[in-house]
Design a protein around this ligand. Sequence first.
Ligand code: A3P
Length: 319
Amino acid sequence: KNLPGNDMSQACKDVLPSLPPGEDWVAASLKMYQDFWLLPSTLRGTLACQNHFQAHNSDILLASNPKSGTTWLMAILFALLNRAKSSDSDSQACHPLLTQNPHDLVPYLEVPSQQENPNLAAFTSPRLLATHLPYPSLPQSVRDSECKLVYLCRNPKDTFVSLWHFMNKVNPEKGQIPLPECLDNFCRGMSHYGPYWDHVLSYHKASLEMPEKVLFMTYEEMKEDPRAHVRRLAGFVGCPFSEEELRDGTVEGILRMCSFDNLSALEVNKSGKSSTRLENKVYFRRGEVGDWVNHMSAEMGERIDGVMEEKLRGSGLKL
Ligand code: A3P
């Protein structure tokens, strides 16, 4: 359902006074809401979707911590669900992913500019949506429905370094943000939608309890064996590859189209802007595993490892 603006501001006005004062985080002020850190602008969209979003059983939601490779998986899921458009070379030449940034094809549940614009009711089924909300803060209808959630997790050191670069790019007026300060914040849980570990743990637990509803994937496994994991993903979202597709190179075609090199070289992603009002190029940097070593000392890396070991203890999850 599309939401009237007043409705959202009223919900926001009602909740804001009950929240503790915001805290400064690198280049922004964050508010703690339902035990996670939010930009005030995201709070409005979060309340709107929590109060109004009606999930369909056929919906597919991609969930992630920011900078975990969301853009990549958005593209892959979009291509998987729109296979007719990617199967032959003629239709591949005009595939939506070649002229639009994935963030413009897959709306976020909680980003107001995206919530208000696309008429979700007009989306064909299955609807593909994204969210950075942690599992317990998802709209109740998402948790109650049979919709599918794909969670993408990324190594915390690479996620952190990617986040630091991103914050520098989107806040050029601040000059280069000191990395140690950013690291201090990350290690005490302060990052947009953080704490990072609570986010990951919330979906990991849900995936263990409801494996048919929540698929827990990692950026690193996708990088290591993309073919196997795209097949797994396709099966999970209910559109497995046929024998013919496996033979005719459909999987490889999707991976090629969604690859870092291909997407980042497209004109739309070099010079366009998405509906998030950010330049599309900010979503593409290096797209590699282990790049943190080029930006952090071994001690800094050990610090993140230590925090993760403590926070993930007993969960069975190692990052
Ligand atoms: P790096 O900063 O390490 O390069 P998100 O999409 O969640 O914002 O995450 C951004 C990260 O995903 C960035 O990581 C970006 O380069 C990487 N990325 C974007 N597109 C990708 C792709 N097609 N394949 C692999 N990684 C990609």
